[in-house]
Design a protein around this ligand. Structure first.
Ligand code: ADP
Ligand code: MG
Length: 245
């Protein structure tokens, strides 16, 4: 699995003022791999995702996607963001656009697809997330779980090489969490490369190839889920697991 690296971070450091939020991060994510990132609040999980997508510049170290260093601006940066899609806790859909438009917009603007082709593909993806019947609705007419599934379809519409998820179910009412996790499970089964920050340990156990445990800006453990959950090595991880499980 790790023979074919897609995302490689090496010696990555980032501060916010005095706060050292990413400390010498080395992390390789193989093509098709699903890596769940967990850790206490403030440990740097979101910053890690944002660094991979260059929403946050880093101070030192290198990040490469498919062998290419992260671009810093312009067309190349837009392409990177299309190649590495991100799904946030807040769905960030365009409120004044329909579901179909939300999914079809960027492929036209960034990828240069025709409207007809983008619409066709958007319908295919909405079908995949179980929302084809809602194509002409506006986000406000849908539940949070449905909106998050639209956000996933929107990310997929760019044909990304990898998807980053930053607590995709944390803003959802409990009864809507599973419909989103099921879509993510299916993506994982279909071979999508995924980095998922989540507190959903059931998802980590069933979908992840690896669990990366972060604390205070460090990767403290990087293990297969079964080992991590049954025999965490670090005190930090033991303490964290005792609080959430
Ligand atoms: P996590 O996602 O694991 O909760 P974050 O990556 O969001 O952690 O944040 C790591 C630390 O960096 C936290 O202490 C947070 O308050 C701080 N931080 C995050 N973003 C900023 C920012 N833009 N400016 C200053 N501090 C920040
Ligand atoms: Mg976070």
């Amino acid at each position: 699995m790790r023979m074919d690296p897609l995302i490689v971070l090496s010696g990555v450091n980032k501060h916010f003022g005095q706060l050292h939020v990413l400390r010498d991060i080395d992390l390789t994510i193989g093509r098709g791999e699903v890596v769940v990132v967990i850790g206490p609040s403030g440990s740097g999980k979101s910053t890690l995702c944002r660094a991979i997508n260059r929403l946050e510049p880093v101070e030192s170290g290198t990040i490469t996607i498919d062998g290419q260093p992260l671009p810093s601006e312009g067309k190349e940066l837009a392409k990177l963001r299309a190649d590495v899609g991100m799904v946030f806790q807040s769905f960030n859909l365009f409120a004044h656009k329909t579901v179909l438009q939300n999914v079809a917009l960027a492929p036209v603007k960034v990828r240069g697809h025709s409207r007809a082709e983008a619409d066709r593909r958007a319908r295919e993806l909405l079908d995949r997330v179980g929302l084809l019947a809602h194509a002409d609705k506006y986000p406000a007419q849908m539940s949070g779980g449905q909106q998050q599934r639209v956000a996933i379809a929107r990310a997929l519409a760019m044909d990304p090489k990898a998807l980053l998820f930053d607590e995709p179910t944390s803003a959802l009412d409990p009864e809507m969490i599973n419909e989103v996790l099921e879509v993510m499970q299916q993506l994982a089964r279909d071979g999508m490369t995924m980095v998922v920050v989540t507190h959903e340990m059931g998802f980590a156990r069933s979908a992840a190839n690896r669990v990366v445990f972060m604390a205070d800006g460090l990767i403290v453990e990087d293990r297969v889920p079964e080992e991590f959950f049954t025999a965490p090595r670090s005190e930090r991880a033991k303490d964290f697991l005792s609080k959430i499980l």
